[in-house]
Design a protein around this ligand. Structure first.
Ligand code: NAI
Ligand code: MG
Length: 343
């Protein structure tokens, strides 16, 4: 086992550099055995060249297999293909996993939310296949393949089994998109019936599912869906537990893993020093847990648990950034976590 694990850090745009620096500081204070190599993506990468996703950044993730990524801005309209979509596709990070949990000291309408969102990350309407047929008429293709639908389903059931999740619910719109969402449903059912028929599984048309989730999120457990639905439901679910400042995520393939918060670059608060670094810190905890499992290194698990305990205690002590009703700066929250690391 190496004494230290190499990982890539991609600071990103907007609030990205500030939250990344705060998280790196906490990891270092916790003695996490990780050495970060900084690479750029997004608008930040344009300062060094003309590519929003430089090949050197993709190569670095392939080399080290693990990355912690801040959010990247994708301008609306013509111009860039989303950096995030590109990165997930080029590294084949087909599964986005986003745990959404109630936190101590963060009161919301619900006390006991504990959901996990599994989002297919490589196809659907985010395939980027768009055409202007004639001026004034455009199409965006929604792509679904048996292979991609099957592998995300299998990943979700494996996770459910390992973590003792009670139920898998697929959100879909196969009543309208009979072929694409129909294939997604078929693949999930087949994986369930052939390999995981001991795990309860249900399907839910997504519009009614949205109503149910805001009425009572505790009726769901693991939510599995295609790309666009997963993007939207992730932010919706974040709203159940305190907002985008508290929901982490991972993008996993068979070889590589990129950990990033659900939120974006938050241009409305960028540069003010008030962004909540907790979502990225929780993503870093997921990264440490992943390193602990894949590299069999208990020091990573120890650091992950210490950080988790420390941020929970900080929240209980009402140490919070503005999005959670507090007054701390990004750095102030990181310091509050660091102060609680050894106690
Ligand atoms: P956003 O997630 O950046 O912001 C939505 C709202 O949540 C804003 O009011 C923002 O201030 C707040 N917020 C987000 N993160 C926060 C944090 N850590 N602490 C406190 N408040 C926070 O979504 P928006 O504005 O739609 O997107 C901005 C840019 O981010 C776009 O260019 C978009 O493409 C990009 N984006 C990038 C993502 C990524 O890199 N993975 C994911 C989502 C969006
Ligand atoms: Mg999103």
């Amino acid at each position: 086992m190496p004494t230290i694990h190499d990982a890539v850090i991609i600071p990103g745009d907007g609030i990205g550099p500030a939250v990344s620096a705060a998280v790196a500081k906490v990891l270092s204070a916790a003695g996490a055995p990780v050495r970060f190599h900084e690479h750029h993506a997004g608008l930040a990468a344009l300062e060094d060249g003309d590519d929003v996703l430089p090949q050197s950044t993709v190569d670095a993730v392939r080399e080290h297999h693990v990355a912690l990524k801040g959010p990247c801005t994708t301008p609306v309209g013509k111009g860039f293909t989303s950096v995030n979509v590109q990165l997930r596709k080029r590294l084949d990070l087909f599964a986005a996993i986003r745990p959404v949990r109630s936190l101590p000291g963060v009161p919301t309408r619900y006390d006991d939310v504990d959901l996990v969102i599994f989002r297919e990350n490589t196809e659907g309407l985010y395939s980027g296949v768009e055409n202007e047929i004639v001026p004034g008429v455009v199409t965006s293709l929604k792509i679904a393949s048996r292979d991609a639908c099957t592998r995300i389903a299998r990943r979700a059931f494996v996770y459910a089994k390992r973590r003792g999740r009670k139920k898998v619910t697929v959100f879909h719109k196969a009543n309208i998109m009979k072929l694409s969402d129909g294939l997604f449903l078929d693949c999930v059912k087949q994986v369930h019936d052939d390999e995981f028929n001991d795990i309860p599984y249900e399907t839910q048309i997504i519009d009614a599912g949205c109503m149910k989730i805001v009425q009572d999120p505790t009726q769901f457990d693991l939510l599995l869906m295609e790309n666009l639905y997963g993007d939207v439901i992730s932010d919706l679910a974040a709203g159940l537990v305190g907002g985008l400042g508290v929901v982490p995520g991972s993008n996993l393939g068979d070889e590589d893993a990129v950990f990033e918060a659900v939120h974006g670059s938050a241009p409305d608060i960028a540069g003010k020093g008030i962004a909540n670094p907790l979502a990225l810190l929780m993503s870093a905890v997921m990264m440490l847990n992943h390193l602990s499992e894949t590299r069999k290194d208990d020091r990573c698990l120890k650091a992950a648990n210490a950080i988790k305990k420390a941020y929970n205690r900080a929240l209980e002590d009402n140490q919070k950034t503005g999005d959670l009703g507090g007054t701390l700066t990004t750095d102030g929250f990181a310091d509050a976590v660091i102060e609680r690391l050894n106690g």
